[in-house]
Design a protein around this ligand. Structure first.
Ligand SMILES: Nc1ncnc2c1ncn2[C@@H]1O[C@H](COP(=O)(O)OP(=O)(O)OP(=O)(O)O)[C@@H](O)[C@H]1O
Length: 279
């Protein structure tokens, strides 16, 4: 019996893509030093996926966990900037590439950390992008993590496919904003995860409303929050709803996003911490 056949025999989810997924997963390095792996994805760009990845990672770190972020958004990496890390001095040790750490101790690996200029353009085709992600998993000395968050590029292209099909994900958090277009596309991301048999932990609705700092009136620049609707249509729970707040951008632009208090994501981190599915 081949390795693939024996893996498929014991796999509970026999679907169309199960064999290919099993084969991909069997080829990636097993890491006992990373306990839970959570991907953060969005169907569409600019909805705040990297912001949510960084804040969720910070919330976990504030709870005392050892946390890392694998920035799989190879062509548009923003995690180093959001967390105040500069590129150009990556070193390698016995256990592999040493991931730089933020002020709070979050370990980060991102292609931008290899460049001195953060505006360096990466003009690579799909297989090279996928190769970089695999290397970030296999060749980085993550050195014992409770949670590794994987910040995906938007959409359902090569890199999200590689991550969902290859890395041993415990689940996915999907970020969306309340525009109809974003919602149409978030459903594609949800379908992709379902097709590849990756559990969806839940969704985060970002930029859902804005509270006027002068009078406190709540307005909805992108239309009323659509969490309930999306949840009813997809069967996936909305775990956090975030307002539009200038502090998200100002803390991020200063590289201090991990210092921002976000009660909604701290609560979500608590739910993840206690979720049986992740341990
Ligand atoms: N809740 C929010 N309130 C205000 N600004 C926000 C909020 N969420 C994100 N932003 C801002 O929106 C911009 C895009 O956010 P971010 O880079 O996290 O999005 P993304 O979905 O990861 O984008 P990409 O498609 O490039 O991967 C950033 O300038 C960020 O500071």
């Amino acid at each position: 019996m081949t390795k693939k056949e024996s893996m498929c025999d014991s796999c509970p989810s026999k679907t169309e893509n199960c064999e290919e997924t099993c084969e991909q997963k069997s080829m990636i390095k097993v890491r006992d030093d990373v306990k839970s792996v959570i991907a953060v994805m969005s169907g569409k760009g600019g909805v705040g996926k990297s912001t949510v990845s960084a804040l969720l990672a910070s919330a976990m770190a504030k709870k005392g966990h050892k946390v890392g972020i694998l920035d799989a958004d190879i062509t548009g990496p923003s995690i180093p900037r959001l967390l105040g890390l500069k590129g150009g001095n990556i070193t390698t040790g016995k256990g592999g590439i040493i991931p730089p750490q933020t002020a709070m101790g979050i370990k980060v690996m991102s292609l931008n950390l290899f460049f001195e200029r953060e505006d360096e353009a990466v003009i690579w085709r799909g297989p090279m992008l996928a190769g970089a992600v695999k290397q970030f998993w296999e060749d980085v000395d993550w050195g014992g993590l409770d949670y590794l968050f994987v910040d995906l590029p938007p959409g359902t292209g090569d890199v999200p496919l590689t991550v969902l099909q290859t890395l041993p994900l415990d689940g996915v958090v999907v970020v969306f904003s309340p525009q109809d277009l974003a919602i149409m596309i978030v459903k594609k991301a949800v379908r992709m995860a379902h097709t590849l048999n990756v559990p969806i932990i839940g969704m985060v609705e970002n930029m859902a409303y804005l509270e006027c700092p002068e009078c406190g009136k709540v307005i909805y620049p992108y239309g009323k929050p659509k969490g309930e609707q999306v949840s009813a249509e997809t069967g996936i729970p909305v775990l956090a709803t975030l307002a539009i707040q200038s502090s998200y951008t100002s803390f991020g632009d200063q590289g201090k996003l991990e210092m921002l208090e976000t009660p909604e994501l701290e609560q979500l981190a608590g739910r993840l911490e206690n979720s049986d599915a992740l341990h």
